[in-house]
Design a protein around this ligand. Structure first.
Ligand code: CTP
Length: 402
């Protein structure tokens, strides 16, 4: 990495201090950092601290005679292997998406012929605003890649997606991007394909404060949605109640109950592939109580259960609107392959990805050991992190839809 150089555009925001930490990580790894500090950015970090950590001059002004004398803005925009924007504010993102060039940062983004990586940071409402999401989609289509934003408590006191990714996370994304050349069409084989993914548990209410749910973390489903989007698919992720950030470029629909999940899944059709990862509650109580059940009122309540709709089986049987490839998951505790193969037939799907949930770290954890069961046979995949499993599944889907 010794000969690599990053042009780091630092936008305004409380999180701008993380750009200093990022600069230090990059310099420690021997990567050159040439900083551009926006006017808003300079309200949060000083040019002096940025210059000291970068060990380079900080460029701030489009019309500065000295800056232009030393290095013109066109040359500046091409003087690095990668352009990184951190924090990428809603304003910088909007300017870049629309090709505006009124200041040094936006001019550089418009003039560069180098790959661009953005780390967004903004208030949760600004992030979720359709205008920002539209701009992100435009930039993605232009080949810009993103890291974060993360979800959490924000400086403004609100909670949700919008926090700048941690410096280590941005650093890792930079390294990956520096090693990897910009995405070529063959790296995005799912462009033009639509995918539906269900993820997480469902929550079936009993009374206003209680309900039936399970321990599914949603991680595997979210990772699959992200992996499909990375390969270029247009992804709708129907998510049960989980506190996970929405993967970039994925359209997320939040639901609670199995019936809501079914309706949202049907609304997401037509799709080329459906991946049903959600751990749907098999039963719900036939009648929910409008007020909180009280202990004193005659002992434990007698609850009657009714079966929930089977989303996978219903979508598998939707006739002409059925996705070409329907994939179910099977969480099993015993006779994994036999039960999963029976499920393949019962649910009318094309593949079942089976996992043994008695293995430590699978349910709610970060890893998965899976069997891929198709009509033609069974493959046993090595145990791997959930995002690696997701990448492998996404590649297999791309092959199958090619
Ligand atoms: N599934 C679904 N809707 C349901 C139940 C399950 O879409 N109401 C889907 C899951 O998303 C998964 C697959 O069906 O892709 C298998 O889920 P699993 O819970 O293993 O199967 P069940 O049908 O519940 O079978 P069993 O509980 O008997 O193992």
């Amino acid at each position: 990495m010794g000969d690599k150089r990053v042009l780091l555009i630092v936008g305004g925001g409380v999180a701008a201090y993380k750009a200093l930490l990022l600069t230090r990580l990059l310099r420690k790894a021997g990567i050159g950092v040439r900083p551009i500090l926006t006017k808003a950015g300079a309200e949060f970090v000083t040019p002096l601290s940025l210059a000291a950590l970068a060990e380079d001059k900080v460029y701030q002004d489009l019309f500065s005679l000295t800056d232009e004398h030393e290095m013109g803005h066109i040359e500046l925009s091409r003087s690095a292997d990668l352009v990184v924007v951190a924090p990428a504010t809603a304003d910088l993102i909007a300017k870049a998406a629309n090709g505006l060039a009124g200041d040094l940062a936006s001019t550089t983004l418009l003039a560069t012929d180098k790959p661009v990586l953005m780390a967004p940071a903004m208030n949760v409402r600004m992030w979720l605003h359709p205008a920002t999401q539209r701009n992100i989609a435009t930039l993605k289509a232009d080949g810009v890649s993103f890291v974060g934003p993360d979800e959490g408590v924000m400086a403004c006191g609100e909670f949700g997606p919008g926090r700048l990714a941690e410096p280590e996370e941005i650093f890792a994304a930079i390294i990956a991007r520096l090693e990897d050349r910009p995405a070529r069409p063959q790296d995005r084989p799912l462009v033009g394909k639509r995918a539906l993914v269900t993820a997480g548990p469902t929550f079936e209410p009993i009374d206003p404060v209680r309900g039936i749910t399970n321990r599914s973390s949603g991680k595997q489903g979210f990772a699959i949605a992200e992996a499909l989007a990375k390969l270029g698919a247009e992804v709708t992720l129907v998510a049960g109640p989980v506190a996970l950030p929405t993967p970039v470029g994925v359209e997320r629909v939040d639901v609670e109950t199995a019936r809501q999940m079914l309706a949202a899944s049907q609304a997401a059709l037509p799709a080329d592939v459906g991946v049903f990862v959600a751990a749907v509650a098999d039963w719900r109580v036939d009648e929910t109580f409008g007020t909180k059940l009280k202990k004193e009122k005659g002992g434990p309540p007698a609850l009657t259960f009714v079966e929930n709709p089977d989303i996978l089986a219903t979508v598998s049987a939707t006739g002409p609107r059925r996705p070409k490839l329907v994939i179910g998951f099977a969480a099993e505790t015993d006779h994994v392959e036999d039960h999963a193969r029976a499920k393949l037939a019962r649910k009318g799907c094309d593949w079942i990805i089976a996992n043994d949930v008695t293995e430590p770290g699978v349910m709610g954890g970060g890893e998965n050991a899976v069997l891929l069961i198709t009509k033609d046979g069974t493959e046993r995949w090595d145990r791997a992190a959930k995002d690696e499993v997701a990448a492998q599944i996404a590649h297999r889907i791309a092959q199958a839809l090619a």
